[in-house]
Ligand binder design. Structure first.
Ligand SMILES: Cc1cc2nc3c(=O)[nH]c(=O)nc-3n(C[C@H](O)[C@H](O)[C@H](O)COP(=O)(O)OP(=O)(O)OC[C@H]3O[C@@H](n4cnc5c(N)ncnc54)[C@H](O)[C@@H]3O)c2cc1C
Length: 346
């Protein structure tokens, strides 16, 4: 089939790779230049974990991780750094209790540590009375490398990537006037251009800090409503971000750093890592937030099959390879969006 993919982020490049590996003729339309930083997939690192308060995502992560090992096999490169994930906070927090219940339910190896053990082993500072759970099988995905590898493998199998080429879709299945047998839309924060969706784009922040920690720092997340999260130092300093949804953002405008949010992140960097201020670098990034922090998968009415996939809500990167394979299964008629009611917008 001749398939158009709109968007060359984590989901779009993975869809293109899987479709090209399946022998389909693929053209990818991306409105910005290769490696742009205006969407949701830029930056060097993303967390992958099974530690989820929602057991549905804990189980989905079991499947999704298999796709990353398949990409490593195909590419002959390490894309997953198994540094583990530390989740910590008040032992009575519902999030931490549900996450632990999910790890137990899906038999995911994990350890419980108190504040002293956490500091000694991982260099992360907990308040008195806080506890942590360590998931050794979690870790860091090398996100920018993954996008490059998805594209390289897709191109090796005939896919064409058109950068700086904004795409419009007409009712007869034409993209920019060119006819296709099917279309896969992976437009992230711009998905609302193609379908009426309950998603809201928001501005998010992350920054890098200098700190003197000998211990191997894993990926980490606070079990609090804000969910500050972080990574070890891979040469740019310790990366810390804030999962709490930021202000609404219109994708057409230029995102600006908010000093108040950077101050908040800086305070956590000092509290948890003993980091030095100010931050070394700071960046914005877009979330596409859906109700219930779920993902979005819909069929868009059109003359040809059109599927819209949004691995979103600030936790979709780890599932982007799984969605990439799903794009091929949808196009080949093996499954349909109704098989995934969780992703049907409410
Ligand atoms: C700061 C931050 C930290 C995160 N941390 C994690 C994490 O640790 N773990 C995790 O699993 N997830 C994480 N996420 C979420 C994850 O990065 C996203 O869910 C994922 O990258 C979404 O990928 P995407 O391909 O759907 O969107 P995008 O990467 O935004 O791709 C959409 C692309 O479509 C293009 N496009 C849109 N409209 C058009 C058009 N009309 N024509 C052509 N091109 C178009 C856009 O330019 C864009 O490149 C994080 C996100 C952010 C912002």
């Amino acid at each position: 089939m001749n398939v158009a993919v709109i968007g060359a982020g984590a989901a779009g490049t993975s869809a293109a790779m899987n479709l090209a590996l399946g022998g389909h003729k693929v053209v990818v339309f991306e409105q910005f230049e290769r490696g742009h930083t205006r969407g949701s997939s830029h930056g060097t690192s993303r967390i992958t974990r099974h530690t989820y308060a929602d057991p549905y995502y804990c189980s989905l992560a079991v499947e999704a991780n298999r796709e990353w090992f398949e990409l490593e096999r195909l590419a002959g490169e390490q894309i997953f750094v198994p540094c583990g994930l530390l989740a910590f906070g008040d032992p009575n927090s519902d999030w931490l209790k549900s996450a632990i219940a999910g790890l137990v339910q899906w038999e995911v190896p994990h350890e419980h540590l108190d504040a002293r053990q956490t500091l000694e082993r991982f260099g992360i500072r907990l308040d008195a009375g806080e506890v942590s759970v360590f998931e050794p099988g979690a870790g860091m995905l090398r996100s920018s490398l993954i996008l490059r590898l998805n594209e390289a493998i897709a191109a090796e199998h005939g896919a064409v990537f058109l950068y700086e080429t904004p795409a419009t879709l007409s009712d007869d299945g034409r993209v920019n006037g060119e006819a296709f047998d099917a279309v896969v839309i992976c437009a992230g924060a711009w998905s609302g251009m193609f379908a009426h969706l309950p998603t809201v784009p928001t501005i998010q922040h992350f920054a890098y800090f200098a700190a003197s920690i000998e211990a191997p720092v894993p990926c980490w997340v606070e079990a609090t409503p804000d969910h500050f999260y972080g990574f070890g130092d891979y040469g740019r300093g310790f990366k810390i971000g804030l999962h709490r949804y930021g202000p609404r953002f219109t994708p057409e405008s230029d995102p600006e750093l908010d000093p108040a949010v950077l101050d908040e992140i800086g305070r956590v960097a000092v509290r948890r890592l003993g980091a030095r201020l100010p931050q070394l670098e700071a960046f914005t990034c877009l979330y596409t937030t859906a109700p219930n922090e779920d993902f979005v998968l819909v069929q868009v009415p059109n003359h040809v099959p059109v599927y819209l996939i949004s691995a979103c809500s600030g936790h979709g990167f780890k599932f982007s390879a799984w969605f990439g394979r799903l794009a091929r299964r949808l196009i080949e008629g093996e499954v349909s969006p109704s098989d995934f009611p969780r992703f049907s917008p409410k």
